[in-house]
Design a binder for this molecule. Structure first.
Ligand code: GUN
Length: 282
């Protein structure tokens, strides 16, 4: 039986530390979130981010844009927030309505307010190993490895999913810790073959139970980024937890694993942005 990687508990610890820091140093960080369109899951994510901000002492402003928003209007709002002295972090919730160019919008967010780490400048910084803003989900996963003393050096890590939000930045993070990294995706010929020797598996596909016990090595570390619903409407990941947890050495549950860490690292990035903008961070 495997050890549960308790992201919920670690996220609470991180949020508490940030709250104490904000209070003690009398910081006034502010996050502006843009929610464009009416994606139901996004509304839930943004609500959770808002609650976490409240708890940590981060001011939260929400900008709701309708489905019919034009690219110009979206960029205009980003420019306004870039120029607003009070705003430390800008987050454009993904996805946005079809027809809008999200990459252009991410690139428009000032790199110093890019708390998601999606601006090409911060993507580049991560790629060359310089300090910038690291995307919250991979960053949270790295904190889990750190907390549980999971050494990555020389390990074979396989990421399933090549998104700009998780898969690609995850690869950079693992590489920075000297893991040997493979990224699998929808065109990978034989996923089972790629996974069979993996010491670490990060599943970020968005498909329920795509990783099953027969695909993983005894003792592998399993990170499940999936957020799916089963037939009863219950939240579940990309990993068949019941089967895989019998073989894994460590495994993240869904819910209570990676999800809360994503939000905790967003809080971390907003406080960092505030400090850097006010030159208080060492
Ligand atoms: N949609 C799903 N995950 C994320 C995230 O981490 N950031 C943003 N902006 N949108 C998302």
């Amino acid at each position: 039986m495997s050890v549960l990687l308790n992201g919920k508990e670690l996220a609470m610890e991180i949020r508490l530390k940030l709250k104490e820091k904000v209070e003690k140093e009398k910081l006034s960080p502010m996050l502006a979130v843009i929610l464009c369109g009416d994606d139901e899951a996004s509304k839930v994510y943004v609500r959770n981010k808002s609650k976490a901000c409240d708890e940590v002492g981060i001011k939260f402003e929400e900008y709701l844009l309708p489905n019919e928003t034009t690219q110009e209007e979206l960029l205009e709002l980003i420019d306004k927030l870039n120029n607003d002295e009070k705003v430390d972090g800008i987050l454009l919730q993904s996805p946005i309505p079809a027809g809008l160019n999200i990459q252009e919008a991410f690139a428009r967010i000032s790199p110093e307010k890019d708390v998601d780490g999606f601006n090409p400048y911060n993507v580049g910084k991560l790629t060359i190993g310089e300090d910038g803003f690291v995307p919250c989900t991979p960053y949270g996963i790295m904190k889990i490895f750190e907390k549980y003393n999971i050494d990555l050096e020389g390990k074979k890590a396989v990421i399933v999913g090549r998104s700009n939000i998780v898969g690609k930045p995850m690869a950079q993070c693992l590489l920075s810790k000297n893991a040997t990294v493979t990224i699998c995706h929808s065109k990978t010929k034989d996923l089972k073959e790629e996974l069979k020797d993996a010491d670490v598996i990060v599943a970020a596909v968005g498909k329920r139970a795509i990783i099953t016990a027969d695909m993983v090595k005894e003792g592998a570390v399993i990170i499940d980024v999936g957020m799916n619903r089963n037939d009863e409407g219950k939240l579940c990941g990309d990993v068949d937890f019941d089967g895989v947890s019998k073989k894994a050495s460590y495994i993240t549950p869904v819910p209570g694993g990676v999800g809360p860490m994503t939000i905790a690292m967003l809080m971390n990035n907003v406080v960092k942005a505030h400090e850097l903008r006010h030159m208080k961070r060492d």
